[in-house]
Every structure is written in structure tokens, then in C-alpha cells.
Design a protein. Structure first.
Length: 320
């Protein structure tokens, strides 16, 4: 009897840029910004204070991957071949698909099977199917309920980029994104290979990889990862210097941004007080919208006043 829920310990070639890092390189993954990926591949320390929620989400993603893959195999009535190691393109780009999909299987051949891409056993069988164009791909995602709105009309751009890179590396003509949302809602979307989009992505990724090899840093951004990178450059001895023209421009830019931030914070506080007043007038302490992109806002008492707890997908801060 074929299994549809198999844990697979996939071995990844960490010396290459991974498909799962592609969105980060392009600035679409706030948890994995370009400087962090650059430092990782330069062999520099990327350790930081661990976020328990992110760690737990990652663990559940690993646990549920085979379950989602099994659900996909049953829905699609297909054989899913699961590679235990990576595919490589030109020695710098790699991917480890969650599965290679064989359509049109007999009922007794539906399920998942592990194989080594460069090994014996099923390896040559899958290689032949791949060469004949008889396989597609599947990428499995475990998605929090508060991100459901991102999957409403199709996969989020970051996930689409990942599978486009996987298709570029493997030559697959299509890849399905199978997602379990909130633990009980299953969706899947197909991404067809598009060589024009793929070429633009690969051009940017290769330029980044050249920066990794040469030691040229990526463009500075707003992330804490860049701030940690800068910390290593700061001198041990404190000294005040006279600014040059570029320093003056940077100082004036920071001054302007701080003023904009102050104005934005005042506008946010006005909007908060307005919403609190509306709740108080109606005699309620919370509002729940049918629109999942809006979600639920609740009021709670703190230090003699009231504050609002907003959905985390509204921004990085979960409460005011």
C-alpha cells in the first residue's frame, strides 16, 4: 500500500543559492533580507535573537509538509516523486522541490515515493520521466490563517518566485503550489513556466551571486540584519569627524524621515482614538470584519487607559 504522508530528510547543497532564498534576494522576504543571505554565503555569522513564533511556524511547516503533499497526491490522483537531495544549475543555483508530479497514475500507484536524483533505484526512472517532459512540480506550504488574504487570488509573489526558480533549475513545465491555510483549508494553484519572467529573475539572482563571490555588499536597506552588519564595521574608539557632502545629505535625509515618522505616528494615534470612541459609543470592545484582510480589532485596558490589539498582518506591531 502506498503512503501519502512520508517524512523526507532532504539534503541541500548549501554552497549554492537556493530557490527558497530567491524572494529574499529580490527584497520580498522580510525575514531573510539580501544582506542576511549575502552574509550566509560569505560564511559570516547570521545568528540573531530567535523569534519563538517563527521557529514554531518553521517546525510545523516541516511536520505538515508530507501531510500536505499526501493531500495533494490524493486530490490530483498522482504519483509524487520526492527528491532527497538538490538539483543544481551551472554550479551556483539549486533547488530541492517538495515533489515531482507524475499525472495519470493508476489508483494503486497514487502516493509519494522518495528517490535520489543522482542515485540508483528510482533515480534513473525519474530522470527519464523528467527528460520526456512527463513531470511537473509541487511545492507545499503551511500558511497561518491571518495570511489567508494573500492566497485569495493566487499564490503570493514570494512563493511564485520560488517555484519559478525551481522550474528554471529542473526544466519542469509547471509547478503547483499546495497550501494548507489555518490548519483546515486546502488550496492549490498552478504556475506555468514563463521564460521571459524567468530570465529577469535569473539575471537579478546571478548579479547578486556575483556580489557574493566578489565580496561586494548589497544595497543598504532598512532591516535589522543590515544594522547588525554595520555594527561589525564600527570603530572601537569613539571619534567625532566633520561630515563631507554625502554625509550631510544622509544626515538631512534622516532628519526628514524622523519628521515624517512623527507626523505618521500622530495620524495613527488620531485614527486609534477615533476607533476607540466608536467602540465606546456602541458599548463594545471589539470588531470582527467578514473581510479576512481586515480581520479582528479588540480593545483592552492598560495602565488606566485603553489600547487596541490589531491583526499582525496589518504591520510588524501586533498592538499599539
Amino acid at each position: 500500500m502506498n503512503s501519502v504522508a512520508i517524512h523526507v530528510d532532504q539534503q541541500r547543497n548549501e554552497s549554492c543559492l537556493g530557490a527558497s532564498e530567491a524572494a529574499g534576494v529580490l527584497g520580498l522576504d522580510k525575514y531573510n533580507p539580501p544582506i542576511k543571505i549575502w552574509r550566509r554565503h560569505r560564511g559570516l555569522d547570521v545568528s540573531e535573537k530567535e523569534n519563538p513564533r517563527l521557529k514554531e511556524a518553521s517546525e510545523w511547516g516541516q511536520i505538515l509538509e508530507p501531510v500536505i503533499r499526501g493531500k495533494y497526491a490524493l486530490v490530483k490522483r498522482a504519483r509524487v516523486w520526492v527528491p532527497i537531495s538538490s538539483y543544481n544549475r551551472d554550479g551556483w543555483l539549486r533547488c530541492t522541490p517538495d515533489g515531482l508530479v507524475q499525472d495519470g497514475c493508476y489508483p494503486w500507484n497514487i502516493g509519494t515515493t522518495e528517490f535520489a536524483p543522482n542515485g540508483d533505484g528510482y533515480g534513473p526512472v525519474v530522470a527519464k520521466l523528467l527528460q520526456e517532459g512527463a513531470l511537473g512540480g509541487v511545492q507545499c506550504k503551511n500558511v497561518s490563517s491571518y495570511l489567508e488574504h494573500e492566497w485569495r487570488d493566487g499564490p503570493p509573489p514570494a512563493k511564485e518566485i520560488q517555484v519559478r526558480v525551481e522550474m528554471a533549475v529542473t526544466g519542469l513545465p509547471w509547478c503547483d503550489l499546495a497550501a494548507l491555510i489555518g490548519g483546515n483549508h486546502y488550496v492549490q494553484f498552478r504556475v506555468e513556466r514563463d521564460l521571459e519572467i524567468e530570465d529577469r529573475i535569473l539575471t537579478d539572482l546571478h548579479a547578486f551571486w556575483e556580489m557574493v563571490k566578489s565580496g561586494q555588499e548589497p544595497t543598504v536597506d532598512h532591516t535589522d540584519a543590515w544594522r547588525l552588519h554595520i555594527a561589525e564595521k564600527m570603530p572601537a574608539i569613539k571619534e567625532i569627524g566633520k561630515p563631507d557632502l554625502d554625509d550631510e545629505v544622509a544626515m538631512l535625509d534622516l532628519k526628514a524621515m524622523r519628521r515624517i515618522r512623527k507626523s505618521a505616528l500622530e495620524s495613527e494615534k488620531l485614527a486609534r482614538n477615533n476607533l476607540l470612541l466608536r467602540m465606546a459609543t456602541r458599548g463594545i470592545t471589539g470588531l470582527r470584519s467578514d473581510d479576512t484582510e481586515v480581520g479582528t480589532v479588540t480593545a483592552y485596558k492598560t495602565r488606566g487607559t485603553w489600547a487596541l490589539r490589531c491583526p499582525s498582518h496589518w504591520g510588524d506591531d501586533e498592538q499599539d
